[in-house]
Ligand binder design. Sequence first.
Ligand SMILES: [Zn+2]
Length: 73
Amino acid sequence: MSDSSNADLIPADFLAILRCVNDAHPRDDGVLRIVGETLECTVCGYAYKVEDGIPNMLWDEAIPPSESTPASP
Ligand SMILES: [Zn+2]
């Protein structure tokens, strides 16, 4: 855990083809970025866990923005 950028989490070309599965926005808009050990949607903020290099893209297991980013009141 050196810093917040974790480019080795999954290959960049793999990341480039993944899209957030949230129906609230067009699928093509759901570009993901690596945040810690998750892939976070740049549109809706939902995050997907990555286990052993395999992203878990199940919507039922996506992490809502309120839980992935600790809110400070
Ligand atoms: Zn999204």
